[in-house]
Design a protein around this ligand. Structure first.
Ligand code: S3P
Length: 171
């Protein structure tokens, strides 16, 4: 089945991966998995608690394991945390096992959505540091994705339509 049976959504915090992912899964009859939620269920605590008590590296370890686990399942839309592309092993896994969609949001839109969200530890860096992170990661999202969708100004339904179209053509 190649990478057709698994779609991964990647992109910065606030790009709409979870909202789009749920609707996309419904539209094509796939199951939906939010990787952060899987980690929270497994660890029985929130992402910000994991960052606070065990640190980011520990979280990245859990994230890599969670991605590896879902990479053997079929009929799945996976919403990945914004930092999934930080580890080269994750980028390789995404490329080899998933049809990868980069939801490309502009920084201002993302920042408006995340700046007051205390559940996102990486958003507490402040605007300037977050924008640096955004610029650095943008290249990695692009290098990992099969397709990039400019999501700024689009509704979730419009984004879902774009993804489905690209997936049918390319996956
Ligand atoms: C992170 C993004 C979060 C979550 C964690 C770290 C990041 O996911 O995985 O807080 O490093 O960008 P969202 O992109 O869904 O907010």
């Amino acid at each position: 089945m190649g990478t057709r049976s698994r779609i991964a959504l990647i992109g910065f915090m606030g790009s709409g991966k979870s909202t789009v992912g749920k609707q996309l899964a419904g539209a094509i009859g796939f199951n939906f998995v939010d990787l952060d939620e899987e980690i929270e269920k497994q660890e029985k605590c929130s992402i910000s608690e994991i960052f606070g008590t065990r640190g980011e590296e520990y979280f990245r370890e859990l994230e890599e394991r969670a991605l590896r686990k879902v990479s053997s399942k079929n009929g799945l839309v996976v919403s990945c945390g914004g930092g999934i592309i930080e580890r080269p092993a994750n980028r390789e896994l995404l490329k080899s096992k998933f049809f990868v969609v980069f939801l490309d949001v502009d920084f201002d839109t993302a920042w408006n959505r995340i700046s007051n969200d205390i559940s996102r530890p990486k958003a507490s860096l402040g605007r300037e540091e977050s924008e640096k992170l955004f610029m650095k990661r943008r290249k990695l999202y692009e290098a990992t994705a099969d397709v990039r969708i400019n999501v700024s100004g689009k509704s979730p339904a419009e984004i879902v339509n774009c993804v489905v179209k690209e997936w049918r053509i390319r996956a």
